[in-house]
Design a protein around this ligand. Structure first.
Ligand code: GDP
Ligand code: MG
Length: 162
């Protein structure tokens, strides 16, 4: 069985863009509209030494029900079946309370987790990473998924956790 890696994060942080780069497909729905990918979406990542199944999720949004709802349930399922979780955040938005809420959820699992700080293109990397350092996750991975920057390093970091 191939290991499974799940992409988790708020809507619009670039999960589907990252999914497309890592699986080299245009399958996942990329849109400016938040929350477009409603359910889980599977692909194969063959970029590194070890191949793995990648799961794109619709993202966890804050709502009246907190992290509840159909999309959140899909994310829960993705976390449950994952060997590694990649928590994607948006450097342009900066650290938001929803990011903190998602991290709290992820910390309740024993799954190994990587923090990917996306949309770093055109930003000061050290400033952006310092903002997310407040999450207390070691070794955040700098990323600009739509430019293909940092994706191979991310794959290598994932491999160390498989
Ligand atoms: P998702 O909701 O987390 O799956 O996010 P999407 O992959 O659909 O991307 C949301 C928006 O962010 C789209 O307009 C993407 O083109 C854009 N985006 C994704 N990655 C990057 C990046 O590295 N830099 C910039 N500037 N925009 C990005
Ligand atoms: Mg998406």
């Amino acid at each position: 069985m191939l290991p499974v890696v799940a992409l988790v994060g708020r809507p619009n942080v670039g999960k589907s863009t990252l999914f497309n780069v890592l699986t080299r497909t245009r399958d996942a729905l990329v849109a400016d509209m938040p929350g477009v990918t409603r359910d889980r979406h599977y692909g194969f990542c063959r970029l590194g030494e070890r191949h793995f199944v990648l799961v794109d999720t619709g993202g966890l949004a804050d709502s009246d029900e907190g992290l509840a709802g159909l999309t959140a349930r899909q994310v829960e399922l993705a976390i449950a079946e994952a060997d590694v979780v990649v928590f994607v955040v948006d450097a342009r938005d900066g650290l938001l309370p929803t990011d903190q809420a998602i991290l709290e959820r992820l910390r309740r699992t024993s799954k190994p987790m990587l923090l990917a700080v996306n949309k770093l293109d055109g930003l000061d990397e050290s400033v952006a990473l310092a903002d997310f350092a407040r999450l207390g996750v070691a070794n955040p991975m700098p990323l600009a998924a739509s430019h293909g920057h940092g994706t191979l390093q991310l794959v290598k970091a994932i491999e160390t956790l498989l």
